[in-house]
Design a protein around this ligand. Structure first.
Ligand code: NDP
Length: 347
C-alpha cells in the first residue's frame, strides 16, 4: 500500500511519513526542491524502496501533482503555508487553495488506484474569536476570518489571513469532492487540528528555523523569562493543542478507518495556557540541561485549573473518539519529550 504525502519535509508531514513507514506503508513524499529531499532520504534510508521523494516545484501550477499521484493508494495533503508574514492575503490563500484543488484534480485525472484522500485542514477553518467561551464542532465554519480578510485585505491581522487560507482551502476541497464524487474511486477525509507541539524531526539549522507553532513553544517554554512575555500573558494565553506524533497517528487512522470518509474531524488533546507547559517543564526530573539560561517560571500554577483561568475556545472531539479512537499525549509527556529533543539538538 503506497501513500503520497505532500510537503513531506514539513514539521507535521515528516512525522506522518515516519508513522506510515513504521506501520508498513510505502511512502512517496513531495518536496519543493532537491535540497529539501536530502534530509528525508537520509532519515529514512533504512526503508530502502519503501520510501521515495519526488520534486513538485510549484504546487499551484496546473497538473503539478499529475505524475506524483500515479500508482498510489492514498494521499495525505499537508503542504500549505503556515506563517504570519504575509502582506497580501493571497500569498497564503493561493497556495493553500490551488495546492489543495490541484492535488485533487490530479487524483481525479491520474489517481486510478487512490481510495482515500486526507487533507490537513485546521481548527482555524472552524473556530471564531469570541469574547465569551464557545464550543465548536465539525458543523462550524470560520466565516469570521473570511469577512475580516474581505473587508480589510492587507490590513487584516496576519492570523486572520492564515485562517482564511485554511478555511477557503478546506471549502474548496469539499466543493471539489462533492462535484466529482461520482467520477472517482476515492473519498475525502479532513483533519482539523489545533496548535501542534512536540519534538521535531525535520531539517533544522537551529531554533530559529522551527515552524510557526513549535517556534512559539520554544520561545515561551524554553527561553528564560519566556522571551519577555509577562506572567499575565502566560496565564491567559492558550487555546487547544495536540502532540505532533498523535496528529501523525490521526493521519494514518484516517486512511484506515472506513468511517472517516466524507468527514471533517477535529483532533485535539484539550486545553492549554502557556503556564501549563511552563509548570510541566519545571516539574521534569532531572531538570533539562539548559544552555540558554534557566527555564521560565511565570506564575506557577496560574494556568488551567486555577479558578481565575478563562478558556474561550473549546472543541467537541466526540467524532474523533468515535471514528479514530485516538489516544492523546498529556502536557507533561509532550513537554518532557520536547525539551529532551531541544537538549539533544541544541543544549
Ligand atoms: P511547516 O511550515 O513545517 O510545513 C509546511 C509544509 O508546506 C512544508 O513542506 C512547506 O514546504 C509546504 N509549503 C508551504 N508553503 C508552500 C507553498 N507556497 N508551496 C508549496 N509548498 C508549501 O508547517 P506545519 O508542519 O506546521 O504545517 C503543515 C500543515 O498543517 C499545514 O497545512 C498547516 O496549515 C497545518 N496545520 C498546522 C498546525 C500547527 O500548529 N503547526 C495546526 C493546524 C494545521 P517548504 O518547506 O518548501 O516551504
Amino acid at each position: 500500500c503506497k501513500v503520497l504525502v505532500s510537503g513531506a519535509n514539513g514539521y507535521i508531514a515528516i512525522w506522518v511519513v515516519r508513522t506510515l513507514l513504521e506501520k508498513g506503508y510505502s511512502v512517496r513524499g513531495t518536496v519543493r526542491s532537491e535540497e529539501k529531499a536530502a534530509h528525508l532520504r537520509q532519515l529514512f534510508k533504512s526503508y530502502g524502496d519503501m520510501h521515495e521523494v519526488v520534486i513538485v516545484e510549484d504546487i499551484t501550477k496546473e497538473g503539478a501533482f499529475d505524475e506524483a499521484v500515479k500508482g498510489v493508494d492514498a494521499i495525505e495533503h499537508t503542504a500549505s503555508p503556515f506563517h504570519m508574514n504575509a502582506d497580501d492575503p493571497n500569498e497564503l490563500i493561493n497556495p493553500a487553495v490551488n495546492g489543495t484543488v490541484g492535488i485533487l484534480k490530479s487524483a481525479l485525472k491520474n489517481g486510478h488506484s487512490v481510495k482515500r484522500v486526507v487533507v490537513t485542514s485546521s481548527g482555524a477553518a472552524i473556530l471564531r474569536d469570541s469574547p465569551t467561551p464557545s464550543t465548536f464542532s465539525e458543523l462550524d465554519w470560520n466565516e469570521q476570518c473570511l469577512e475580516i480578510v474581505k473587508e480589510k485585505g492587507r490590513e487584516a491581522p496576519n492570523m486572520m489571513k492564515y485562517r482564511a487560507s485554511k478555511t477557503l482551502a478546506e471549502k474548496a476541497a469539499w466543493d471539489f469532492w462533492n462535484e466529482h464524487k461520482a467520477d472517482v474511486g476515492w473519498d475525502l477525509s479532513v483533519l482539523n487540528p489545533p496548535y501542534v507541539f512536540g519534538p521535531a524531526i525535520h531539517a533544522l539549522t537551529g531554533p530559529s528555523s522551527l515552524n510557526t507553532s513549535a517556534s512559539l513553544f520554544y520561545n515561551t517554554v524554553a527561553l528564560p523569562n519566556s522571551n519577555g512575555a509577562t506572567n499575565e500573558f502566560l496565564a491567559s494565553t492558550g487555546t487547544c493543542w495536540i502532540d505532533v506524533r498523535d496528529l501523525a497517528d490521526a493521519h494514518v487512522l484516517s486512511l484506515e478507518n472506513e468511517a472517516a470518509g466524507g468527514e471533517r474531524i477535529i483532533v485535539s488533546a484539550g486545553l492549554w495556557k502557556w503556564q501549563d507547559f511552563i509548570d510541566a517543564a519545571n516539574a521534569i526530573s532531572p531538570p533539562p540541561k539548559l544552555t540558554t539560561g534557566g527555564l521560565p517560571k511565570g506564575n506557577p500554577c496560574a494556568g488551567t485549573g486555577h479558578p481565575s483561568t478563562v478558556h474561550l475556545l473549546y472543541y467537541d472531539t466526540a467524532k474523533a473518539a468515535r471514528i479514530l479512537g485516538l489516544k492523546y499525549r498529556t502536557i507533561a509527556e509532550t513537554t518532557k519529550d520536547t525539551l529532551a529533543d531541544y537538549e539533544a539538538k541544541w543544549w
